[in-house]
Design a protein around this ligand. Structure first.
Ligand code: G6P
Ligand code: MG
Length: 216
């Protein structure tokens, strides 16, 4: 029986994945990389900032030092934070708040499992923190998805067994991570069919058979 639901943040509860793309595109343009596309951006979903940078750099022809890469990642994060400055509850994806309220009314614990180091800021600015019991984010972990660490940390903080948790994700890396943590998975977002999760829905505003999912 499911006692906790662990949500990814970017692309599941909030539309910040668009801002990540914009910020990486700004960095790519500065570096003279004009081939970085939305398709490339799909490979950045759920993976760490440094791994996401490698996706951008793979579209250019140059080799960079570790120090240069650190500077580039920081530069992207500054672009991203400028975009986040305008963030408020309007960034919450349709159906997210109703879903969180419904789950809490059933006594289900709510966790966040995001590799983003900006997760606490995003939860505060959107007001979503009000509905969240525990946060596991990029500040808590050393390995990003598809490693299960971020979800294991979330379950540990919620004081639940891994098998008692359901993961809600929009990225392939996240679904693989959820499975590796022995958790059931619900795939959402534009790619939800390709994710091959245990359960699927285009978004949290779509029909989801929570009765069945929570009872298993
Ligand atoms: C999320 C996004 C990734 C991003 C990662 C790190 O998982 O889906 O695209 O690279 O967070 O985010 P951060 O805010 O720490 O740079
Ligand atoms: Mg995501």
């Amino acid at each position: 029986m499911i006692k906790g639901v662990i949500f990814d943040l970017d692309g599941v509860l909030v539309s910040t994945d668009e801002m990540h793309f914009e910020a990486w595109k700004m960095l790519a343009e500065e570096l003279g990389i004009d081939k970085f596309t939305k398709e490339d951006n799909k490979r950045q979903k759920g993976v760490s900032r440094m791994e996401s940078l490698e996706v951008v750099l793979s579209k250019g022809g140059r080799i960079y030092t570790a120090t240069e890469k650190e500077e580039m990642a920081e530069r992207k994060n500054n672009f991203y934070k400028e975009l986040l400055a305008g963030l408020d509850e309007n960034a919450i994806l349709p159906g997210a708040v109703d879903c969180l309220k419904m789950l809490r009314s059933r006594g289900i614990l709510i966790g966040i499992g995001s590799v983003s180091k900006n997760a606490p800021l995003i939860l505060a600015r959107t007001g979503l923190m009000e509905y969240v019991d525990k946060v596991s984010c990029g500040l808590d972990i050393t390995r990003s998805k598809p490693d299960p660490e971020v979800f294991e940390v979330a379950a540990n903080k919620l004081e639940l067994k891994y098998e008692e948790c359901l993961v809600v994700e929009d990225s392939l890396a996240g679904i693989v991570a959820g499975r590796a943590a022995h958790m059931k998975t619900l795939g959402v977002g534009t790619e939800y069919v390709q994710l091959r999760a245990d359960y699927e829905a285009p978004g949290l505003n779509a029909h989801i058979d929570w009765e069945t999912i929570l009872e298993v």
